[in-house]
Ligand binder design. Structure first.
Ligand code: SF4
Length: 364
């Protein structure tokens, strides 16, 4: 490398570092943008123009905000940035599932999954880099927690994934079931959901958004009081002994407290709480487990999703055979509990949360 190219590279990386210290514009609410605009001496309606460009049109630079005065554009450029995450790896499964590994500005990586099924296109989103919850059946748990995602990084997954949609495809549903425990990143999750659901933001109905939690009780109660999204609770066991092994957070929030808290949640009359139950051969898939589940959920308006386990390297757990899953489902249905089976999607691309990350980092 000669001296000129060395200098050019240094100044470009200094520019990149300076960029990173700027606040990301794509995590601001309308009120926050309004304040910025007014402080600059512009009129309030400019704030609506800016959020339209950011969230509805998804532009990636201030230069693209053509109806703003040049002075305001220059001010924004000088003081803010627009996070533009991109997929560093995209794996495409034969069933149409696409898994994206998205590289963040600091080099960390997260996973998002596009799942087309039964007339819907669902985006499965991450909320943290890694996770601290240590669930035994989860590949992400093996990473530990690296850090929380910002609101702009959570939203950025939607923009990055949109570029992977096929002609005619559009996202119909959004689920926070990727890497991380969303409720452990509460303030940023609320900021993200606010922008996703606001009429001035992405204008997505909260009914199309599901937040999955392993059972952080105080945050579950707060979330539904703030934004009426759907809640999915990861259950996976019917006794404290087994649940504490599979999902150690159970030691802090045991089953009886979790069920009591679910009873009190402000669920609309026609809605039900979704419980998730990963089917593990010889661990939680017996007839007695199914009966235990019926008893546990009897006081609730609940439905349950039985999930085929996606095994990953280093895990001793195995998925239950289809016959066992169907027998389990039949017992629940006979007990008048709505029980669906979630087919394993994208098996050929390591679709369990955290697997693509693990594979890439083994490869490098
Ligand atoms: S299952 Fe969810 S909460 Fe549990 S370790 Fe994995 S990402 Fe975290």
């Amino acid at each position: 490398m000669n001296a000129d190219s060395d200098t050019a590279e240094r100044s470009s990386s200094m520019r990149d570092m300076r960029e990173l210290t700027l606040r990301d514009m794509r995590e601001l609410t309308l009120d926050e943008v309004r304040q910025i605009v007014v402080d600059f001496g512009e009129r309030e309606f400019r704030a609506r123009q800016i959020v339209q460009w950011l969230y509805a049109r998804g532009v990636e630079s201030f230069d693209a905000m053509l109806d703003l005065p040049a002075t305001l554009r220059a001010h924004l450029k000088q003081n803010f940035r627009i996070g533009v995450p991109a997929a560093s790896v995209v794996s495409r499964a034969t069933d149409g599932t696409r898994k994206l590994l998205i590289r963040l500005a600091d080099g960390e990586e997260i996973e998002s999954v596009i799942i087309p099924a039964e007339g819907r296109v669902t985006l499965c989103m991450s909320s943290q880099v890694g996770c601290a919850m240590a669930c035994e059946f989860c590949a992400t748990a093996r990473m530990g927690l690296h850090r929380n995602l910002t609101a702009s990084e959570m939203l950025g997954q939607i923009f990055a994934a949109r570029s992977e949609l096929l002609p005619g495809e559009e996202f119909t549903n959004f689920v926070f079931m990727g890497m991380g425990e969303p409720l452990a990143n509460y303030p940023r999750l609320i900021q993200t959901l606010t922008i996703m659901t606001a009429e001035w933001g992405m204008n997505i109905s909260p009914r199309r958004i599901t937040v999955s939690t392993v059972g952080l009780i105080p945050a579950m109660e707060r979330l539904l009081a703030e934004i009426p999204v759907n809640l999915a609770v990861s259950l996976h066991a019917t006794t404290n002994e087994l649940r504490s092994r599979l999902a150690p957070i159970n030691q802090r929030y045991p089953l009886e407290d979790l069920i009591a808290a679910c009873r009190k949640l402000p669920i609309k009359r026609r809605n039900r709480i979704m419980f998730e139950y990963v089917m593990l051969a010889g661990v939680n898939d017996s007839i007695a487990d199914a009966r235990g589940l019926l008893k546990l959920l009897a006081p609730l308006r609940a439905k349950i999703n039985l999930i085929f386990y996606n095994p990953f390297d280093g895990s001793n757990l195995r998925t239950s055979p289809r016959a066992a899953v169907e027998a389990f489902q039949a017992i629940l249905k006979n007990g008048n509990l709505t029980a669906t089976i979630r087919e394993s999607r994208g098996l050929d691309i390591a679709a369990a949360c955290g697997q693509l990350y693990a594979e890439q980092h083994r490869a490098t």
